[in-house]
Ligand binder design. Structure first.
Ligand code: AMP
Length: 145
């Protein structure tokens, strides 16, 4: 059965995309734990970390540092980044399609050094603000290719 990320990949529901190629898609997490919070997903349906074949792992994981650099470059206030993947419901995975959270950190974000991506700030973000953030990251991905 198609999960919500399959539907985003298929273009059936909208997302603020920041990067796409044949193998992966990166888009803003709707919750925006911090501004710029991005998800990287394989297009192939991979349930969780236990489900990766080597080729898909290469395609996805090689993109993590490239995407992290683009996110950091998109906003000079970003001084760090948390990368997290929850695998299995017991680990907090709610969408059963493997995804990697890239959560930018700001010196003044008042969050603990460790955090789970469960803080929902979506009420603070207008469509224009999401789009502005996505455009900035997409521009840096384009520049870094
Ligand atoms: P996890 O709890 O690690 O499985 O993370 C799932 C993430 O998907 C959450 O951080 C949600 O905010 C995010 N999410 C769910 N639906 C959407 C959507 N339609 N667009 C963007 N992000 C979503």
């Amino acid at each position: 059965m198609a999960d919500i990320f399959d539907k985003i990949i298929a273009g059936e529901i909208p997302a603020y995309k920041v990067y796409e190629d044949d193998d992966v898609l990166a888009f803003l997490d709707i919750s925006q734990v911090t501004p710029g919070h991005t998800l990287l997903v394989p297009k192939k349906h991979v349930a969780d970390i236990f489900d990766y074949d080597d080729q898909t792992a290469r395609e996805v994981l090689l993109k993590l540092p490239i995407l992290a650099r683009a996110i950091k470059a998109s906003n000079p206030a970003i001084t760090g980044i948390n990368i997290q993947s929850n695998n299995g419901p017991s680990a907090g995975q709610t969408v059963i399609h493997s995804h990697w959270h890239l959560i930018p950190r700001y010196d003044d974000d008042n969050l603990n050094a460790q955090l789970a991506p469960t803080i929902d700030h979506s009420a603070d973000f207008t469509p224009a603000r999401y789009q502005e953030i996505a455009n900035q990251i997409a521009k840096e991905m384009e520049a870094g290719k």
